[in-house]
Design a protein around this ligand. Structure first.
Ligand code: AVJ
Length: 320
């Protein structure tokens, strides 16, 4: 595997920076260790978590149109996927491209090494002839390094509303990295969760089984496990919010009492006032005009928007 070290130093530093900030915050990319990957797979199967099913519907129903241009090139290309995860939805595209005898190499990029290993195994058994080159990295660093760049056309997948994990300013910065990391003619397919009934959105992040709560809490468990800390998870509440104006769904862990948490690896204690919170995740919801504006800022032209019949989710195809 083309692995970048997601070493202890980085996690510890990010936790230190985040918990020393006001308000306190922790980066959501650290949700995804082996336990977090499993919890996210459970989230995707929840009745309230419509995102995965809606995007699956889009890809299942419209993969022919989505892939028509890249197939029409009739030349070898690279299929790069930022945040590949378990590849469940991507396999629709891989199956179709394979059936069409397309000549391409698949570069799944993910921050989680454990999910990449599982993906590699499942691809080897389901697509034995597929050329796969997994890359363990962040979105930004992978776009800077571009280990896939060999002059062939690229189709870059950024599915699953993963861009939603960034606020507006940061999302623009990621789009800038996409611009720098692509060449003229390259295509990008991005998944966006759309603005909709606020209750539907809130329910997706506040499921009745409490899996999303566990997913957030795992961050505290992970700090306990890996950084020798003493977070008492039961004294924190999972609190998601949704603001229909900004489209920002935000998750917080709220301390239910004044308390002190010690992180051994940092040699530091952190004080929490009663009801002080840690901001753990943003999942931004977009309108179609906001998405179009992003394309414009990045210097991409919009080829097509692929929507599900209920207009819950959009996969948009851009070209540089
Ligand atoms: C993987 C970023 C798409 O924001 O909806 C699910 C992660 N967080 N439930 C999202 C998540 C809480 C998810 N993404």
């Amino acid at each position: 595997m083309n692995a970048k070290n997601t070493d202890f130093g980085t996690f510890a530093q990010d936790v230190m920076l985040g918990l020393n900030s006001t308000p306190k915050t922790l980066p959501s990319k650290y949700f995804y260790d082996a336990k977090g990957d499993k919890l996210f797979q459970q989230i995707m199967a929840l009745p309230e978590y419509y995102l995965t099913r809606k995007e699956y519907e889009v890809l299942e129903g419209q993969h022919e149109q989505i892939l028509a241009e890249v197939l029409a090139l009739n030349t070898p290309f690279n299929l790069v996927e930022l945040g590949a995860g378990d590849g469940m939805k991507t396999k629709i595209l891989l199956r179709y491209l394979t059936d069409k005898k397309a000549d391409f190499t698949y570069y799944p990029v993910d921050f989680s090494g454990s999910v990449l290993e599982e993906l590699e195994e499942s691809l080897a058994s389901e697509f034995p002839a597929l050329k796969v080159n997994p890359i363990q990295d962040t979105y930004r660093d992978s776009l800077k390094r571009q280990v896939w760049e060999d002059g062939k056309p690229n189709l870059i997948l950024f599915l699953g509303a993963n861009l939603g994990n960034f606020g507006v300013k940061e999302a623009k910065n990621i789009i800038d990295h996409l611009r720098v990391g692509t060449k003229k003619g390259d295509q990008v397919l991005l998944g966006f969760d759309l603005k909709k009934n606020p209750q539907t959105i809130l329910d997706a992040y506040h499921d009745s089984e409490g899996v999303t709560r566990e997913f957030n809490m795992n961050l505290l468990d992970r700090i306990n496990r890996e950084l020798d800390a003493d977070f008492d998870r039961d004294s924190f509440t999972h609190w998601p919010t949704y603001d229909p104006v900004s489209g920002e769904c935000r998750s917080y862990l709220v301390s239910q009492k004044p308390q002190v948490v010690t992180i051994g690896a940092l040699n530091q204690s952190f004080e929490f006032e009663a009801y002080e919170s840690i901001f753990t995740e943003i999942s931004k919801k977009y309108s179609l005009s906001e998405i179009e504006h992003l394309a414009y800022l990045g210097g991409f032209s919009v080829k097509a928007n692929f929507l599900d019949p209920e207009v819950y989710f959009a996969d948009v195809l851009w070209e540089k």
